[in-house]
Write a protein that binds this ligand. Structure first.
Ligand code: C2E
Ligand code: MG
Ligand code: MG
Length: 569
């Protein structure tokens, strides 16, 4: 018997959709020698089978009259789907009018009931499959003019024809670092020349490694090849040769690699994963190649999702401001002094997300400005509410990101918020991280000076964590020093950290500013800090950050104590 197999010597898969068991059995018997057969008893089952990620059917044999979802609707849905559109459909019917209608809708051919001789039906199926496979290749122009490699369309059509994969394959995305700079510095012609050289180098590589390649867009190239142990050397060699031929000697390449594990997964997906990895190593010095791993991928996906969700979160109130108390510890009992506002994200689907996860992310893309503005506003409203309820002003510090420092509207925004809630200058403190100083010292100095002129008090956050600490203190007038948590953590474990804490206390004493120690978790730390003359302590020892209502209870308690003290005197 004649074999009808894929290029890899495998049987193609065919889906037979008919609500009558006898028809399914008849067709199955005719075709099962030649094809892998799956069955569906109605349109819904057919769609479910087609939507499976590992489906990869070569042909659908479709009855038109079926319960639930009829054949016409199946054709319509397949036509509407980017990847199902290329699977040819042969309809099976006994009505002439239905034949015409289904062909118009996009069916490739028809078989009339009752069924013809098995050989005729088989030959018809084979011919339709061949036609559609040729068409999908022919449909795309083959070569990219600039690089001489395949075009993206042809490349993917080719890969789809190879499925399922005969041997383990890798998907590589190759990119020229900062290619647009070459265009800008040397002109488009030079840019095209570099792309053409790169194309030639990839073709040269493909004489040693079995695979195919295309230019996907501008300076991004896809390579689909038999799995290699390592690509670092190959990419380094291409980079060296390319730099020799280009006018930019410092030209750099990078490659993201995805191992195509699941035999019939979607090729587009392989390359989008490889691209994610490739984007990740952009601008990084060190390795030229990086492999996809699911952890890295998931984090990137999560981050993209979070970025997309920020506006909704602000609108729906998913960002919640918590307040962590700070206590004055030098008296005979700790006294509630103030609070730090700390953001929490209660995501409707992902649940609680730590600011450690999303703050650095939003600092990278500027979204932090919106988020911080929201937090400042909420904190200011809360200060106002507490004052109205308890008759007591609790100063609250808000975090001001290094990115906010660059915002020309920063001062106006903060003043507007303070005025709207009718707060006094001492109510709202600003925590600025020490490391903002190393970003842009001059800018930071002038911003802080002008904020202080407007009456804001500045708390230097994470003091001691950067390299700039001492130098900065001579240049920037600050109101509170907030010691970096790492010192407190190590203070009782090693002598050096303890010495540093003492030193900071001395400096603060000299500058006449109070010191806040944050991250205090144990009694022993508290005692040591009190002995050293530390004024204010924040940390789990007293309380974690609390929702506003819970913090309200602390204020209430504080009011009662003050009232009692008052009675004693
Ligand atoms: P940070 O400003 O240094 O805030 C102190 C962090 O230490 C908070 O973490 C707080 O919950 C945590 N903490 C307090 N006491 C203890 C303790 O005793 N032990 C331990 N292990 N941790 C303690 P959180 O809330 O996760 O915030 C992390 C960082 O995220 C903050 O560090 C701040 O840099 C940033 N952040 C938080 N909210 C905002 C915000 O609204 N705007 C900006 N720009 N940054 C924020
Ligand atoms: Mg802080
Ligand atoms: Mg801090």
């Amino acid at each position: 018997m004649k074999q009808f197999l894929t290029a890899n010597g495998l049987k193609r898969r065919v889906l037979i959709v008919d609500d009558e068991l006898i028809n399914r059995e008849l067709l199955g018997a005719m075709l099962s020698q030649t094809f892998e057969i799956d069955f569906a008893a109605d349109g819904e089952e057919a769609m479910a089978a087609l939507m499976q990620p590992e489906a990869a059917y070569s042909l659908i044999l479709l009855d038109l009259m079926m319960p639930k979802l009829d054949g016409f609707e199946v054709i319509r849905r397949c036509q509407a789907d980017e990847s199902l559109r290329r699977v040819p459909i042969i309809v099976m019917t006994s009505e002439k009018s239905a034949e015409v209608r289904s062909i118009r809708m996009g069916a490739a051919d028809f078989i009339t009931k009752p069924y013809d001789m098995p050989e005729v039906i088989l030959a018809r199926c084979e011919r339709i499959i061949e036609l559609s496979e040729d068409k999908s290749i022919i449909r795309s122009t083959e070569r990219d003019k600039v690089s001489g490699l395949y075009t993206r369309g042809y490349f993917f059509a080719y890969i789809r024809r190879m499925l399922p994969l005969p041997t383990p394959m890798d998907a590589l995305v190759l990119n020229i670092d900062r290619f647009h700079m070459i265009n800008e510095l040397f002109g488009r012609e030079e840019g095209d020349r570099v792309l053409s050289c790169f194309g030639a180098l990839i073709r040269e590589l493909l004489t040693r490694i079995r695979g195919i390649a295309c230019r996907s867009e501008s300076d991004t190239f896809f390579l689909f090849c038999e799995r290699q142990e390592d690509y670092e050397e190959a990419v380094a060699l291409m980079q060296q040769k390319l730099a020799e031929q280009a006018r930019s000697r410092s030209l750099r390449l990078r490659a993201g690699i995805y191992a195509c594990e699941n035999l019939s997964d979607d090729p587009e997906l392989w390359f989008s994963r490889a691209k994610t990895v490739c984007d990740r190593i952009r601008g990084q010095y060190g390795a030229l190649t990086a492999r996809y791993n699911s952890e890295l991928y998931e984090r990137t996906m999560l981050h993209e999702r979070l970025i997309g969700d920020v506006n909704d979160a602000i609108r729906n109130g998913d960002f919640v401001v918590y307040f962590q108390p700070k206590y004055r510890i030098q008296g005979d009992r700790p006294v509630l002094a103030s609070a730090e506002a700390l953001i929490r994200w209660i995501h409707p689907e992902l649940g609680f997300i730590s600011p450690g996860e999303f703050i650095p992310l939003f600092e990278n893309n500027g979204l932090i400005r919106q988020v911080d503005h929201y937090v400042w506003q909420k904190a200011a409203e809360q200060i106002r509410r507490w004052r109205d309820t308890y008759g007591l002003s609790i100063p609250v510090s808000v975090n001001v990101s290094r990115v906010d420092i660059m915002d020309p509207e920063l001062e106006n925004k903060l003043c507007a918020i303070r005025d709207e809630c009718a707060l006094s200058p001492s109510d709202l403190l600003l925590e600025i991280t020490e490391s903002a100083y190393s970003d842009s010292a001059d800018r930071l100095i002038s911003v802080i000076n002008s904020l202080r002129d407007k009456g804001f008090r500045i708390e230097m956050d994470d003091f001691g964590s950067g390299y700039s600490s001492l130098n900065m203190l001579t240049e920037i007038p600050i109101d509170v020093l907030k010691l970096d948590m790492q010192f407190i953590r190590r203070m009782l474990l090693d002598e050096k950290s303890l010495m540093l804490v003492k030193l900071v206390m001395d400096i603060a004493g000299f500058l006449k500013v109070p010191v806040v120690a944050e991250g205090v978790e144990e009694e022993a730390q508290l005692t040591a800090l009190r002995e050293m003359g530390c004024d204010i302590v924040q940390g789990y020892y007293f309380s974690p950050p609390l929702p506003a209502e819970r913090f309200g209870e602390l204020i209430e308690k504080e009011c009662q104590r003050r009232a009692e003290n008052h009675d004693h005197h």
